[in-house]
Ligand binder design. Structure first.
Ligand code: IVH
Length: 678
């Protein structure tokens, strides 16, 4: 092999710089500037040069990120500076922050009149601790924490993580160890699991396990296929670099070297500042694109840190302040079936009560039969339960090693557990249904509850307990029966005081005059939700016109397709539904005829098709859809060439990628609101 001439050396160096700059823009700043095709060309050119001239293949070359060397086992590494852990404040409420502040002040011998202390408040990333050792600016070693003194050498694997620079920007210090956390973002975790599933491989339980498993691989080619990220939070061994005087400046400096440092960090003053940070992060925790299990407070001045020193293996100047865990382990006591308003039978796991996500959870939905099979949940199993924010608790996975020998498999019964009618499952549906219709007392109860609910007829006081009583006592069979109730009947019910009976009757009375949209929604027609009911009411103006419409006429309503049209036609073809409606009208239920709302064809929303993805911060999904429709826009469920705008909230799904690929204009929530307000 020939030694490379000067011009080739220069070209290789230039390619390396350009590729690293692209990596940095892409993986650290999240702002790719170079098209992928261009990047691929640069990469291939560099690979070719390195194949021709072996000496070009320097350890910091971006071509060395792909992995490949297979290890028999991971070597151990003696940490030059121990990797410490931090104390955890056990009080989950505000007192956690207050206690830490008083502890620090006491240790420093400060009295009440001394100035408040400056702290750095950071996120506590839920991943895997990592020490990156740079010598002369080059990444020479990456090691796990291990027992704090001795860790595992995972250099080859960590080199495949694109956001970790192989060479620091502007620093050639003799030794610089950067400490931080390797993690996997939610989006990357979902994609990885999707890939695992489609390859028939086992899926990962959570992002932390996926990240830890990927880092500790013996085959770095496997690590290279797992999308990992990194945030720096401190330093280890340092030689030949002047350390600034505060931790916040240290993090700023690390960021300037091209290493990712999370932006959600803040210098705060005193206990009040810590409390505010803990609360602020607590409110956005569920929207972060990665898992955190708390926040970390650190005394900002390195001089004060030194003065405070260590207590055994933990610094006195730092503490972790956790949030309630979002995942817990518990056992499945039973799998019960819940009958919904439309007869859908939902298997629900009854759990040994467990405190998770800030509440005690006793149930978790299993959605349908397929889901029970997919997760292989059995009665008696030990399971991981997750509850994040206001989301309904769910079973993430089972722990197979803890399955008792007598664990019981769930089977969808052939008969409804409430009314014994046949259970049917249509070929193209995941749901099993009770075929009993309103013969099934449970469906009748649910239908009545829906009829009386706030967004339907809004009968305050008609909750599930009272509805159970009314149905079980045979006083109410159809919605019209509600309007036949009187004080005498109600007084005969258990635990029904005179005052609440009078209140209920007044609420029933008030509901007699309603809007057509509410009335249509309250009927519980399949596939007709609140906004479709509003569309129908707006279009037809009166109930008789709606009842007379055939499928073709119904599909003239914006956004009503064949499925909804079919449901509506079927509903009004059913004699017992017509009887109920007639009965309701006889009982004096009336609704204002609605004047069609004028739509301004000049509005930029008029005639445009919108698709929504992700979570919007201020607008509920329903509200956003309604406001778009009110302005004459359409809302569709999937992205196509006909889509005018994709509205993306946080954590957008695959629709986002598709919209980008098709060149559809992407709006954020503010962008949507601006269009609606024009
Ligand atoms: S500082 C001497 N800061 O939490 C202080 N640790 O026991 C060293 N962690 O496993 C740790 N986020 O990997 C620090 N912003 C952060 C952190 C953080 C996550 C992890 C760390 C270690 C544990 C601390």
């Amino acid at each position: 092999m020939k030694a490379a001439p000067e011009s080739v050396l220069a070209r290789a160096a230039q390619l390396r710089r350009e590729i690293e700059q692209h990596n940095y823009n892409y993986y650290v700043l999240d702002r790719p500037l170079t098209p992928d095709a261009e990047y691929d060309r640069l990469f291939r050119e560099l690979e070719e040069l390195e194949q021709l001239h072996a000496e070009l293949s320097t350890p910091d070359s971006p071509t060395r990120r792909v992995g490949g060397q297979l290890l028999a086992q991971l070597d151990t590494v003696q940490h030059a500076a121990p990797m410490l852990s931090i104390r955890t404040e056990t009080d989950i409420d505000d007192t956690g922050a207050e206690k830490f502040d008083s502890y620090v002040r006491r240790e420093l011998g400060l009295d009440g009149s001394a100035a408040p202390i400056e702290y750095m408040a950071e996120l506590k990333f839920d991943g895997l601790a990592m020490s990156l050792r740079y010598e002369g600016g080059l990444l020479v070693q990456a090691a796990t924490r291990g027992n704090g003194e001795v860790g595992e050498n995972v250099t080859q694997n960590v080199r495949t993580i694109h956001c970790i620079p192989l060479r620091l920007q502007g620093v050639t210090a003799e030794v610089l160890e950067i400490r931080g956390e390797i993690y996997m973002s939610h989006g990357d975790f979902e994609k990885l699991n999707e890939r695992q599933r489609s390859n028939g491989d086992k899926t990962f339980v959570n992002p932390r396990n996926a990240a830890a498993g990927a880092v500790r691989q013996l085959d770095s080619a496997i690590t290279a296929q797992r999308p990992l990220s990194f945030f720096a939070y401190g330093l280890g061994d340092v030689r030949g670099w002047t350390v600034p005087t505060s931790h916040s400046e240290v993090l700023d400096a690390i960021g300037r070297m091209g290493v990712p440092v999370n932006a959600q960090r803040k210098v705060v003053v005193g206990a009040a500042g810590l409390v505010a940070f803990h609360r602020d992060i607590g409110t956005v925790r569920d929207q972060l694109p990665f898992d955190i299990d708390g926040v970390v407070y650190k005394v900002n001045s390195l001089r004060l840190q030194y003065q405070l020193g260590f207590r055994t293996r933990e610094p006195r100047w730092a503490v972790a302040h956790k949030y309630p865990p979002q995942e817990e382990i518990t056992t499945v006591l039973d799998i019960e079936l819940h009958v919904g308003r439309t007869g859908v039978l939902t298997p629900t796991a009854r759990l040994q009560p467990v405190f998770v996500g800030g509440v005690t959870v006793t149930n978790a939905t299993l959605h349908n039969e397929d889901e029970v099979r997919r997760k292989d949940v059995r009665i008696g199993d030990t399971v991981i339960v997750r509850r994040a924010g206001d989301v309904i608790p769910e079973i993430v996975s089972i722990l197979p090693e803890r399955r008792p020998a007598d664990a019981l498999e769930f089977r969808m019964p052939e008969q409804c557990p409430v009314c014994q009618s046949a259970v049917i499952r249509l070929a193209d549906e995941a749901a099993s249904r009770c075929s009993g219709g309103l013969v099934c007392p449970e469906q009748r109860k649910q239908a009545l509850l829906h009829f009386a609910s706030r967004r339907a007829m809004d009968i305050e006081g008609m909750g599930d307990k009272l509805t159970d009583q009314l149905v079980d006592a045979g006083m109410v069979r159809t919605p019209a029966d509600i309007y036949k109730l009187d004080l005498l009947k109600l007084a005969s019910l258990d635990r029904m005081g005179e005052k609440s009976a009078a209140n209920l009757l007044a609420a029933i009375e008030r509901s007699r005059n309603t809007t057509l949209a509410r009335f249509v929604f309250s009927l519980g027609i399949r596939n007709v939700g609140e906004s479709t009911a509003q569309d129908l009411a707006r279009y037809f103006g009166g109930l008789d016109q709606l009842m007379a419409a055939d499928a073709t006429a119904l599909q003239q309503v914006p956004d009503v397709g064949p499925v909804v049209a079919e449901s509506v036609v079927r509903f009004f073809a059913e004699p017992h539904n017509l009887a109920v409606i007639k009965d309701l009208r006889n009982e004096g239920v009336t609704f204002s005829e609605v004047a069609p709302r004028p739509v301004n064809p000049e509005s930029p929303v008029f005639g445009k098709t919108f698709v929504l993805t992700g979570t919007l911060e201020n607008l509920a999904r329903d509200d956003a859809q309604r406001r778009i429709r009110d302005k004459g826009g359409k809302v569709s469920g999937s992205v196509s060439k006909k889509t005018s705008y994709l509205v993306a909230g946080t954590d957008p799904g695959s629709k986002f990628d598709k919209a980008q690929a098709l060149g559809v204009t992407i709006l954020d929530e503010a962008g949507l609101l601006a269009l609606l307000d024009q």
